[in-house]
Design a protein around this ligand. Structure first.
Ligand code: 0X9
Ligand code: ZN
Length: 421
């Protein structure tokens, strides 16, 4: 009897295992194209394509600056896609011939032996284990915090680094978009630098401010992007009325929610705003936490990829600009030139989200700027310009980190000189 019981349990567990870990989505011969858009007709065709069919996926929406769109096309749709481009006179460049190859290369690249490092991307469990180690190693200057739990019940953890009570604070939120793995890789590296670097400018950053950093905000989506679908962006809460899952966390904040087409009402869209602001437990938890510490920080940064942009408010309109926009531009220029001066000569473009990129409503940065009145708030879109997109090779993690540090030193310095922090 007992043997049967044990066998039955094993069968159930085995099935549960397969249910939990379905095979990973594959992107064999999916290609990414950079399209140059010259008029509204061309743009609406491209936007319709991605709405109508899952054979197309926009990686980077049209922006006024480059007038380009990055779109991923399934192999089955490749020929009709080429015909449509010809018909509508859209010029295009192939930027990634086979997305699966990039995903495979990302996995086989040299693994750090045993220890946590920045030559590879890590899963959530590894990042949390590393965080535990950090708290144990630096108990006097670090403090653990948790903003609450995700839809699937994971802890959304953060670290506070402080060298004395009540210094001006800087808050970093990272990996709200699941597939943007470079963001948590950079956030963890940055935490490590604040704690270990001997460079004078880094020590000054670390010791003059209180740092609040959430390396992986969209924990469910991040886990899903590792286990099932490398290109997952949204949260993981299902909807009552649609088979599609999740919300774009960066459209779910209660600031100009859904305004000016800056988000989608379609649950299957990558920029679905959710039925209401705060429909996602994650965004609600972050807003509550930020509100509870609103007197403790002056600068808010949200890490994203890709495109090499430093984006300030507003996201919801390109017609208006914040009162302190000139200061935001000055800080942005300092960030950009610090990065440009490094050996990689990487170009970052800065400006308001809606004027240089596209209208994006209900983002975390705009909510913090408008509702918590934090007047230095930026989205940072890390490397690259489209040759790798979200699947930035692990060999580039450290270069991106270096760029972030140079940009951060300049950003905080300039914000300090302008009396914001
Ligand atoms: O669309 C977004 O949410 C961000 N770009 S991404 O390609 N990483 O998805 C831009 C966010 C812009 N920020 C504000 N609206 N403030
Ligand atoms: Zn993003």
């Amino acid at each position: 009897m007992r043997v049967i019981w044990v066998l039955a349990t094993l069968v159930v567990l085995a099935n549960a295992g397969t249910l939990k870990d379905p095979p990973k989505v594959r992107y064999d011969n999916y290609s990414v194209h950079r399209l140059s858009i010259r008029n509204k007709i061309q743009l609406s065709l491209i936007n319709r394509l991605s709405e109508l069919s899952d054979k197309f996926n926009v990686w980077k929406e049209y922006d006024e600056h480059s007038k380009q769109v990055d779109i991923m096309v399934s192999p089955a749709a490749s020929r009709p896609f080429q015909l449509l481009l010809k018909l509508y006179g859209i010029s295009s460049q192939l930027s990634i011939p086979n997305v699966q190859k990039l995903i495979d290369d990302e996995q086989v690249s040299s693994r750090d032996s045993g220890t946590f490092g920045w030559r590879q991307y890590h899963e959530l469990a590894e990042i949390y284990e590393w965080l535990d180690n950090i708290f144990a190693t630096y108990p006097t200057v670090t403090e653990e915090f948790s903003i609450g739990k995700s839809y699937e019940g994971r802890n959304i953890r953060g670290i506070k680094i402080s060298h004395g009570a009540n210094k001006p604070g800087i808050f970093i939120e990272s990996n709200i978009h699941a597939r943007e793995w470079i963001t948590s890789a950079t956030a963890t590296w940055f935490i490590n630098e604040l704690l270990t670097s001997q460079k004078e400018e880094v020590r000054k950053l670390a010791e003059s401010y209180d740092w609040y950093i959430i390396p992986v905000f969209n924990v469910d989506g991040f886990e899903y992007s590792h286990r099932s679908n490398r290109l997952w962006r949204k949260t993981r809460q299902p909807h009552a009325t649609s088979k599609c899952i999740g919300v774009d966390g960066n459209r779910n904040f209660d600031s100009h929610f859904m305004e000016n087409n800056g988000a989608s009402a379609d649950p299957c869209s990558e920029t679905y705003a959710g039925e209401d602001p705060w429909s996602e437990p994650e965004t609600k938890a972050l807003a509550d936490y930020l509100t509870s510490i609103k007197d403790k920080f002056d600068v808010y940064l949200s890490f994203h990829s890709y495109g090499q942009w430093l984006l300030s408010p507003y996201g919801h309109t390109a017609e208006e600009f914040p009162e302190n926009y000139n200061d935001l531009l000055e800080i942005g220029a300092a960030f950009g030139s610090a990065i440009k001066n490094l050996v990689y000569s990487t170009d970052y473009v800065h400006g308001s989200t809606a004027s240089v990129l596209y209208v994006a409503s209900g983002s975390s940065v705009d909510w913090v700027f408008n509702e918590l009145n934090k007047k230095v708030a930026y989205t940072i879109e890390f490397r690259d310009k489209g040759n790798f997109g979200f699947v930035l090779p692990p060999a580039q993690i450290l270069a991106n980190c270096e760029e972030l540090m140079a940009g951060m030193v300049a950003l905080i310095d300039t914000a300090h000189n302008l009396n914001y922090i």
